[in-house]
Write a protein that binds this ligand. Structure first.
Ligand code: SAM
Length: 309
C-alpha cells in the first residue's frame, strides 16, 4: 500500500501521535523547521506541528496564528536562499530578518521547465545571487538555482538509497545534476558514474567533488539516451531521478544494470502501480513503490525500487 499525501489550502504541518509530540517538536526546533508563529493543532490522538516549509511526510493544514506573531510568508529553503511563490517584497524582508542563515530571497517566476529542469527567479531581498551552499548529512553542495536543478527535499531519499548500497558497488546516476546522489552514494560505492546533459550542472558537480573530497565519482557530460553505447560497465545500481520523463529512459537503464541489480526509478504518477506493466515487460520486479512527495492534488512523485531479473 502507498500513502498519497492529501493537499488542502494552508500551511505545511507534520502529523505525529500526541505521545511523541514533544520529542518531535524539540527535534524540529533544533533543526529550525518548526514555525513558531503558528499554534500546534490537535486532531483526535494526534498533534499537527506547523512547519516553516514542506518536508517528507508533511501535508497542508489550516493553523491558527499565535496572537501578536505574524506568520512568515510561504517559502522553500535551499541553503541560504528562500524561494517565494509570490512576488512580495515586504514578505521577503520579513523572511530575511527571520533567520541569520538567510542571505537572499527570490521569487520563482514559474515551474521548473526544459531539459535542464531549471526555473527563472527574480531577486526580492538580500544579496542578489542564485548561488548558495547546502549542507546535508555531512556534505556541502554548492548549487546555483538558475543554472542547474537542485532539490533539498530529496535528502531523506538519498539517505534511504545509501542505506541499501553495499560496500564496493558500481553505481550509475543517470540524471546527476550537481551531484548530491552521486556524492552521497560514493561513501559506500567503489565508483559512481554521474551523468548530466547540462554543462552548468556538471561544472558545479566538479566543484562539489572537490569540496567534499570525493575521488570515486566520474562526472560525465552526456545524454543518458546513449550511455549503453558509451559505458563499458554493467552496474549494480542505477538511480534515475528525472520524474517528468515517464518511462522514456527505463529500457536504457535495464541495458545498463547487471542481472540481479537494482534500479531506483523516480516518476510523476497519478495512480498506484502506474508503471508496473512496463517494468514487468522489461524484466523487472518491483521491490517497493513509495511516495516521495505530493506534486498536485492528483499527482505525486513516486519511487519504484526495481530488481532486474
Ligand atoms: N539527481 C539530481 C538531484 O537530485 O539534484 C538532479 C535531478 S533533475 C530532476 C534531472 C537532471 O537530469 C537535470 O539536471 C537535467 O539537466 C538532467 N537531464 C535531463 N535530460 C537528460 C538526459 N537526456 N541525459 C542526461 N541528463 C539529463
Amino acid at each position: 500500500m502507498i500513502h498519497v499525501v492529501g493537499k488542502t489550502a494552508g500551511r505545511w504541518g507534520l502529523r505525529v501521535p500526541a505521545r511523541q509530540g514533544e520529542e518531535v517538536r524539540q527535534a524540529l526546533i533544533r533543526e529550525g523547521a518548526l514555525d513558531p508563529s503558528l499554534k500546534v493543532l490537535r486532531e483526535g490522538s494526534d498533534l499537527i506541528l506547523p512547519l516553516r516549509e514542506e518536508r517528507e511526510g508533511a501535508s497542508l493544514f489550516e493553523f491558527e496564528a499565535h496572537p501578536g506573531r505574524e506568520p512568515l510568508p510561504r517559502h522553500e529553503l535551499v541553503g541560504g536562499i528562500a524561494i517565494m511563490q509570490e512576488n512580495d517584497p515586504s514578505g521577503a524582508q520579513q523572511l530575511l530578518a527571520s533567520r541569520p542563515s538567510l542571505h537572499t530571497v527570490v521569487f520563482a517566476q514559474g515551474e521548473v521547465h526544459g531539459e535542464y529542469r531549471i526555473r527563472e527567479f527574480s531577486h526580492l531581498a538580500g544579496e542578489s545571487t542564485t548561488r548558495t551552499l547546502v549542507t546535508e548529512h555531512g556534505h556541502t553542495f554548492v548549487v546555483d538555482l538558475a543554472g542547474a536543478y537542485f532539490s533539498a527535499r530529496l535528502s531523506t531519499e538519498r539517505q534511504r538509497i545509501l542505506s541499501q548500497v553495499r560496500e564496493g558497488e558500481l553505481v550509475l546516476d543517470m540524471f546527476a545534476g550537481v551531484g548530491p546522489f552521486a556524492i552521497t552514494l560514493a561513501k559506500r560505492a567503489s565508483l559512481v558514474v554521474a551523468v548530466d546533459l547540462n554543462p552548468k550542472a556538471v561544472a558545479l558537480m566538479f566543484e562539489n567533488l572537490h569540496r567534499n573530497r570525493t575521488e570515486n565519482v566520474l562526472p560525465l557530460l552526456a545524454d543518458a539516451r546513449h550511455l549503453a553505447r558509451i559505458l563499458p560497465w554493467r552496474f549494480d545500481r542505477v538511480v534515475m531521478n528525472l520524474p517528468l520523463a515517464d518511462t522514456e529512459f527505463l529500457s536504457e537503464a535495464f541495458r545498463l544494470v547487471r542481472p540481479g541489480g537494482m534500479i531506483h526509478f523516480y516518476s510523476l504518477v497519478s495512480a498506484e502501480g502506474e508503471h508496473a506493466d512496463r517494468i514487468r515487460e522489461l524484466g523487472g520486479a518491483i521491490a517497493a513503490e513509495r511516495v516521495v512527495r505530493s506534486y498536485s492534488p492528483a499527482q505525486w512523485h513516486a519511487v519504484y525500487d526495481i530488481r532486474v531479473r
